[in-house]
Design a protein around this ligand. Structure first.
Ligand code: V47
Length: 407
């Protein structure tokens, strides 16, 4: 393979054929930052990137070259397809003992705005979601000091009984660690109990940045990075898939971001249990870190692209529109992302932290955003199997209520 990036430098606006990769002619854009040339050669040769490569990518201002490379990898995996799903987020309680500085959602039990839903209320919300066509419920909440583990098992059993066809993506590694502590069960037995009750997979939240220096500041009382990874490993070992996240744009360094990504990559090599990676942009408003500026669009797109390039063993990179805004999420579809997440309907974690996005995007709007980015929208289930709506059983209408379809 011969790659002549140098010859292309400083020829603005031109797209030129520069590399022979296997049998394929590859057309690469101008690479302005010569430090990216050896990394680009590795990407085109399908070689794994190192910690140093990841840091160099973060340090480079050459966003277009980075985006081109990430898009190259993304299109090799997924062609023109972009996934989305019809889901509903449900947060059973915002009462939380962790008091993380990064969070605007958690409350002390007696603080204004603290809430805990009765199980019946949660089930009603879920049934509404089912009537609206949801194929996934995304359930996460606070670490409540008084609710027993059985409340959460009953919650899941009740959901499965009422909405048997809906995938339950429930409880982060942080919540699982907390359930294990309060119920005095091992992590494995806690996960087995959740799976037995009806949990189908785990969301990727709570990972933040694994580095202990960072965790000490932003989420001192949460499980450690190592514990998060161990819980994910155990979940994968008992057959529960999970997602993974990284919260960026607060006090972390480029090295700490890249180390975080490489720790996820190493675990994925071991278990293969991660389904998707979701970079999460920090929203500082109403948090203990409100003095920090928000990450910029440049950092958002770079992080999507670098995630795609470093996480060579993850199938999916999500551009979560709630936190990126639909506009940036749409652009991210050409910077490495292949998924926009879902309709969501009700979102509290980001909106308590000042997010100005809507809480709900109808499927027609998601499809429009995807199409306009030149991608083909494919509705998926949580495990990325395409959904064939006409073949799905119709959801039961609530007795006496009119059917409300919002998707
Ligand atoms: O765990 C909390 C983060 C996560 C803030 O798995 C904050 O499919 C920014 O994990 N600013 C929840 N981030 C969201 C999450 C998620 C979202 C979409 C899809 C999936 C999935 C997972 O949000 C938390 C925490 O890491 N977070 N507070 C904040 N102020």
């Amino acid at each position: 393979m011969r790659i002549e990036f140098g010859a292309l430098r400083n020829t603005p606006g031109r797209s030129m054929s520069v590399a022979q990769h296997s049998e394929m002619k590859i057309s690469a854009p101008v690479i302005d930052d010569s430090r990216l040339e050896p990394i680009a050669a590795k990407v085109l040769a399908g070689e794994r990137l190192s910690l140093e490569d990841g840091v160099a990518l973060y340090r480079s201002p050459d966003l277009l070259a980075l985006g081109w490379l990430a898009n190259y990898v993304r299109e090799k995996r997924h062609g023109n397809v972009c996934y989305f799903n019809v889901n509903r987020h449900i947060n059973p309680t915002n009462v939380c003992v962790a008091h993380c500085k990064l969070c605007a959602f958690g409350r002390s039990p007696d603080a204004p705005g603290a809430y805990t839903f009765a199980l019946e209320e949660i089930w009603q919300r879920a049934e509404q979601g089912l009537r609206e066509g949801a194929t996934e419920f995304h359930l996460v909440g606070g670490l409540h000091p008084d609710l027993p583990f059985n409340y959460f098992l009953d919650l899941i059993r009740g959901l499965k009984a009422r909405c048997p066809g809906v995938h339950l993506k429930a409880f982060t590694m942080v919540e699982v660690g907390y359930f294990a502590r309060i119920s005095k069960l091992s992590i494995r037995d806690t996960l087995l109990a959740l799976k037995d009750a009806g949990v189908d997979s785990l969301p990727g939240g709570g990972a933040e940045i694994f580095n202990p220096r960072v965790r000490k500041v932003i989420c001192d009382h949460k499980v450690s990075g190592q514990q998060w990874l161990n819980i994910a490993r155990t979940a994968h070992q008992i057959g529960l898939h999970s997602n993974a996240t990284m919260l960026y744009g607060h006090i972390e360094t480029d090295e700490e971001r890249v180390e975080h990504l490489l720790a996820l990559r190493a675990l994925q090599d071991e278990t293969g249990g991660f389904v998707a990676f979701i970079p999460l942009a920090f929203h500082p408003e109403n948090t203990g870190l409100a003095h920090l500026p928000k990450p910029t669009g440049f950092t958002d797109l770079k992080t999507i692209a670098i995630s795609r390039l470093l996480l060579d063993n993850f199938d999916h990179i999500k551009a979560y529109w709630i936190m990126l805004t639909p506009r940036v999420a749409q652009v991210a579809l050409r910077f490495g992302a292949d998924d926009m997440d879902g309709t969501v309907v009700e979102e509290k974690i980001y909106h308590d932290a000042g997010a100005t996005t809507d809480q709900f995007t109808p499927r027609t709007q998601l499809e429009r955003l995807i199409r306009e980015a030149g991608r083909v929208p494919v509705e998926r289930d949580t495990l990325y199997r395409p959904i064939d709506r006409p073949k799905m059983p119709a959801p039961p209408p609530r007795p006496g209520a009119s059917l409300s379809i919002i998707v």
